[in-house]
Design a protein. Structure first.
Lengths: 114, 112
């Protein structure tokens, strides 16, 4: 019973490149959430998705960031034209139901932008 | 605008004693509160939660207290163990939603 799987665990990109972070939710979970943790800060909500739908993207930066959760395959957080300020740990979480409150988190993907 | 605040970035406690971690919030709409524990290089793991209709919830060595009038909650760990050393995040949500608002975390160090 694998938990929430995120890959890659570490990603290094140069400014201007694209970063793609993947998240496979726990088995039986159809709700996926992405959070970002900047250095020395708490986790900040980015986006909430169900299969093929973005439910709430109120925490996503307006430009360069996008997320999807296709019918088949993992959820993907995509960051285009990365800048140094995008360096952070990106955590994915999943839940079985909406409104379940208790989220199960993955180990995170640490993005470093050179 | 930080809606959930953990004002102590770190706390050091002797093994066997009580650890008290504090959290304050400003949004009166919050109706569900959670504590997560995080070890380095791992994701946060759920520890304990409390609904706004209660003022206390206990699970083994962990107890969470909620003071709605003060918009304050605390996590008590007793007795503290070295394995409790981690970063503890307070989080809140409303309308039974899953969009959690996290505090900045408190690093707990339990010394043997």
């Amino acid at each position: 019973n694998a938990g929430v799987m995120q890959n890659p665990r570490h990603l290094v990109r140069r400014r201007g490149q694209e970063a793609r972070l993947r998240c496979s939710p726990m088995k039986g979970h159809s709700h996926v959430y992405w959070y970002r943790q900047l250095p020395e800060e708490g986790l900040k909500f980015m986006v909430y998705l169900q299969k093929e739908n973005i439910i709430d993207e109120s925490g996503m930066p307006k430009e360069r960031f996008s997320a999807e959760f296709p019918k088949e395959g993992p959820s993907i957080l995509r960051i285009q034209q990365v800048v140094r300020g995008d360096s952070a740990a990106y955590f994915c979480a999943s839940s079985r139901f909406s409104g379940a409150n208790v989220l199960t988190f993955g180990a995170g993907s640490r993005l470093t932008v050179l | 605008d930080q809606q959930v605040k953990q004002n102590s970035p770190s706390l050091s406690v002797q093994e066997g004693r009580i650890s008290i971690l504090n959290c304050d919030y400003t949004n009166s709409m919050f109706d569900y509160f959670l504590w997560y524990k995080k070890y380095p290089a791992e994701g946060p793991t759920f520890l304990i939660s409390i609904s706004s209709i209660k003022d206390k919830n206990e699970d083994g060595r962990f107890t969470v207290f909620l003071n709605k009038s003060a918009k304050h909650l605390s996590l008590h760990i007793v007795p503290s163990q070295p394995g409790d050393s981690a970063v503890y995040f307070c989080a809140a949500s409303y309308n039974a939603g899953n969009m959690l608002t996290f505090g900045g975390g408190t690093r707990l160090m339990v010394k043997p």
